[in-house]
Design a binder for this molecule. Structure first.
Ligand code: ADP
Length: 617
């Protein structure tokens, strides 16, 4: 229990750090916001004082002609205000009413002249903070190693990016805005109350701990429950994302009812938890309303006692002003307690955002990296091991040399570690032990961006962006001319089908979407790799069955791309394997066989078995 409390405290302070970090650049804005709020509250206060005093002077109780003089002893502000009102009354009662109305009007005007810019200012700060958080998250996502993004994490990250940022804004940022107003109002009203009567105000302050205790009981557990709620929100996003990307399968397996039911069941439990949390947050307002009004009654009793006994200079008029101010303090107090519970709720989001931002970057660049101008001799894996999760090695003690100009094919059963091995070269992950050398230097010594700029990747999942065909081919080579793009497309056997699209190279891929076949998509990706003309090519061949014509076109394109290039090919097609300079057979993360196609067939081992299986298929 105590441990839980400590970790809770640690989390809350980490979250405060998060908010502080993002608010820091806007400290000046916040100070100005507080100052404008002070002025706006000041003019609200003066209008309240003016109305009571003026009515008192306009309709003086019998036998109290010299109110001004009588009040002068204990309450100088009142004395000067009264002087002003008497001066106004000197113009005659109806004129005085007119003049006083003008005075009140100008006070309201001033109040709003200060409150409007303050609202605009804080609104800006909120948008800027949200913008900065999103930028930081986006930059972080791009920096994180690929191994971080397992399928289940995708929805969670999307949810942090959308839901958590919005919730953070609506809970913490909005509450900070309300807190500033509430605190400024409460302090100024309290000062006024102290000014009117110290004894009565100290008595009122004695009751405050009771309220604080009740409100803190109310907001207990809110943070933990909210963390759970945010986790469920992210699971909802994951479910939706999974459904959209798997819609083809869901429909074909007639699993729509099952998916619907699963979603609705989860959504129901999510809604139940959400209602539970809001029931508590919404309780803060009526509870503080009741407590505040109870305080007013207690003060009425104690104050009347002071008035009756002529104690501490409290006159009936001052007492009425006092009570009025006190009643008016209840609303800001209510806002204060609501804001506090909203903040508790919001810390869960802040925590989730901070967790993502604080995820260590496992792939980092050294302080003074060596420039990388391209591959001169070889890529060498030296006793390389790798584990995604500590303790479970996916690659064990890999020793392999890929010489410049060679094509090395990696084969092996699914899950044997082929993609992981290839991902080590562009440093999508770093090996857990051992070394990966390029031209004799550990790749961690090189500048990451320069290293990656010399590596081209054609992956199995043909990644195309919502852009034109030309834009997709030139991705990564923004300076490429149309001629170069076309040249690359021709080499990749893509030019002919591109010309048949509605707008040729300017056709938006998003628009044609599914109209491109698997083979066409692949050829676009090959064109992209050709255009960037990398020294090292990593090719994760598609397993999807292409028709014979498509396969011929893709294979032709690949052969052209592989010629005179250093390539690591995760091979699925026999045709590529047969021409490779070296074939590496992986099994459970270990190299079990190496050699050329003929050598390995002669050896009659795992490779031969894989080849036989493929031929059979
Ligand atoms: P292959 O390319 O040969 O099919 P992979 O390199 O993709 O194999 O995967 C090798 C092993 O690593 C598999 O057991 C797989 O489950 C595991 N693996 C792959 N990616 C991740 C990841 N992001 N997090 C944890 N384990 C992973």
């Amino acid at each position: 229990m105590a441990k839980q409390k400590n970790t809770d405290k640690a989390k809350v302070s980490a979250t405060k750090g998060f908010t502080k970090r993002f608010l820091k650049p806007y400290g000046g804005h916040l100070a100005l916001y507080a100052l404008l709020t002070v002025f706006s509250v000041f003019f609200t206060l003066t209008t309240i004082l003016s109305i009571t005093d003026f009515l008192k002077i306009l309709f003086p109780p019998e036998g109290t002609q010299a109110v001004a003089e009588a009040s002068a002893d204990g309450y100088t502000l009142n004395y000067w205000l009264n002087k002003l009102y008497f001066w106004l009354i000197g113009f005659g009662q109806s004129k005085a009413v007119m003049l006083f109305s003008l005075l009140l009007c100008s006070q309201y005007l001033l109040k709003n002249l200060f409150s409007y810019p303050s609202i605009v200012l804080i609104g800006r700060v909120r948008s800027y903070v949200v913008r900065d958080i999103r930028n930081a998250l986006y930059a972080k996502i791009a920096r994180l190693p690929l191994s971080y993004f397992s399928a289940s994490r995708k929805g969670d990250i999307l949810s942090r990016f959308s839901n958590d940022v919005v919730e953070y804004d609506e809970n913490i940022m909005l509450s900070i805005q309300q807190l500033v107003i509430a605190v400024v109002t409460i302090i100024m009203y309290l000062l006024m109350l102290l000014y009117i009567n110290v004894k009565l105000t100290f008595f009122a302050l004695l009751l405050l701990p009771v309220i604080a205790f009740v409100v803190s009981r109310l907001t207990r557990h809110l943070r933990r429950k909210s963390t759970e709620l945010q986790q469920r929100t992210s699971y909802l996003t994951s479910l939706t994302e999974e459904t959209i990307s798997g819609l083809r399968i869901i429909k074909s397996f007639t699993a729509i009812d099952f998916s619907n039911e699963r979603f609705q069941r989860f959504n129901q439990s999510y809604t139940r938890l959400r209602n539970k949390i809001y029931r508590r947050i919404d309780l803060a307002s009526p509870v503080s309303d009741f407590l505040g009004n109870t305080m007013v009654i207690v003060i009425l009793i104690f104050g009347s006692y002071l008035v009756f006994n002529h104690d501490s200079g409290l006159t009936p008029e001052l007492f009425i002003t006092y009570i009025m101010l006190f009643v008016l303090m209840i609303n800001p107090a209510k806002d204060f307690s609501t804001a506090m519970s909203q903040i508790k709720k919001g810390t869960a989001c802040a925590q989730r955002l901070d967790d993502l931002l604080q995820t260590p970057d496992t792939v980092t660049e050294i302080v003074d990296p060596q420039p990388f101008g391209g591959l001169a001799q070889s890529i060498e894996f030296k006793n390389v091991s790798f584990a995604y999760n500590a303790g479970t090695e996916v690659l064990t003690d890999i020793n392999l040399t890929v010489r410049r100009g060679e094509t090395v094919a990696i084969v092996g059963p699914s899950g044997s570690g082929k993609s992981t091995l290839a991902d080590l070269v562009p440093r999508f992950h770093d090996c857990t032990s051992g070394q990966l050398l390029i031209d004799g230097t550990d790749i961690r010594q090189y500048s990451i961006s320069q290293l990656r700029s010399h590596i081209g990747i054609v992956s199995q999942d043909t990644v195309l962006f919502n852009d034109t065909v030309a834009g997709n081919i030139a991705f990564g080579c923004p300076g490429a001319t149309q001629q170069q793009v076309e040249q690359a497309a021709r080499v990749a056997n893509a030019h002919d089908f591109i010309m048949q699209l509605d707008n040729g190279y300017q056709t938006n891929i998003g628009d044609c979407g599914d109209r491109l076949s698997g083979g066409q998509r692949q050829r676009l990706c090959i064109a992209r790799a050709i255009l960037s003309n990398p020294d090292i090519l990593i090719l994760d061949e598609a397993t999807s069955a292409l028709d014979t014509e498509s396969e011929r076109l893709v294979q032709e394109a690949l052969n052209r791309v592989l010629a005179n290039r250093t390539a690591i090919v995760i091979a699925h097609r026999l045709s590529t394997i047969a021409t490779a300079d070296n074939i590496v057979v992986l099994d459970h993360g270990n190299i079990v066989e190496t050699g050329t196609h003929q050598q390995l067939i002669a050896r009659n081992g795992i490779y031969k078995k894989l080849v036989d299986m493929q031929s059979f298929r």
